[in-house]
Design a protein around this ligand. Structure first.
Ligand code: CA
Length: 246
């Protein structure tokens, strides 16, 4: 079942992959499809731009060294033509100048070859989440619960006549829990999707942020009613909203 929250964090997102090396292109496409993404491919920048204009992918994975129109040129055209698509650049070069140039040219993230599929997938999900969050930000995302109002635009929660400011991480954690309310969100899900890393030193980072979050959203942080611990696995948001957010 694809819930509304799944659409906000599009796990079944449509990805366009522009990569000239056939083995790389086909291997990545195969693996990303196995991860649940819908994948379309192009073998050079020219064909890639045509597909970008014709379809509306949720994200572009763009190799830099491409025949005909290279990745830098593709980035430039995307900006000139106001094609709204988040971009993750793949590059064999690890030079920081190259990375800065791509980010300044509008790329959202940058992965240096060789990379693991886990790393790329995590970065894709992180970028999609950021885009979904900023879309929601534009549309307005205020959630009303019986004793709690969460405003993801302003990073605030209001409870018991008091307003609390959330940090960016607290806000992203809470958003993920609220989006998937009623289901367990594992610590690993939170690490991968909120922080965008597959490996952090330890999962205590998540627990520490949850503890700080609870002090703001729970009437009694020692007996949480909203964010409950699922022992050994992660957390679950339990409250039902009073009304659907706009
Ligand atoms: Ca290439």
């Amino acid at each position: 079942m694809i819930s509304r929250s799944m659409k906000e964090t599009p796990l079944h997102a449509h990805i366009l992959l522009i990569e000239d090396e056939r083995d790389m292109r086909e291997g990545l496409a195969l693996n990303l499809r196995a991860e649940g993404f819908e994948v379309d491919t192009a073998a050079d920048g020219e064909q890639g731009l045509e597909k970008l204009r014709d379809s509306t992918p949720d994200l572009l994975v763009l190799d830099l060294m491409l025949p005909k129109v290279d990745g830098h040129e593709v980035l430039a055209r995307i900006r000139e033509e106001h094609l709204r698509v988040p971009v993750i650049v793949l590059s064999a070069r690890g030079g920081s100048t190259d990375k800065v140039a791509c980010l300044e040219a509008g790329a959202d993230d940058y992965v240096t070859k060789p990379f693991g599929l886990d790393e790329l997938t995590a970065r894709i999900r992180a970028v999609l989440r950021r885009v979904a969050a900023s879309d929601a930000h534009e549309a307005g995302a205020v959630h009303h619960f019986p004793d709690l109002v969460v405003d993801f635009r302003r990073f605030t929660v209001a409870r018991g006549g008091q307003e609390y400011q959330l940090s960016r991480f607290e806000s992203e954690i809470l958003r993920m829990l609220v989006d998937r309310r009623g289901t367990v969100v594992t610590r690993k899900d939170l690490l991968t999707e909120v922080w965008g890393y597959t490996h952090l030193p330890n999962t205590r980072t998540v627990d520490n942020h949850i503890a700080r979050l609870r002090k703001k959203i729970e009437a009694n942080p020692d007996r949480p009613q909203h964010v409950v611990t699922v022992h050994g696995i992660g957390y679950r948001f339990e409250s039902e909203p009073l009304e659907e957010p706009a």
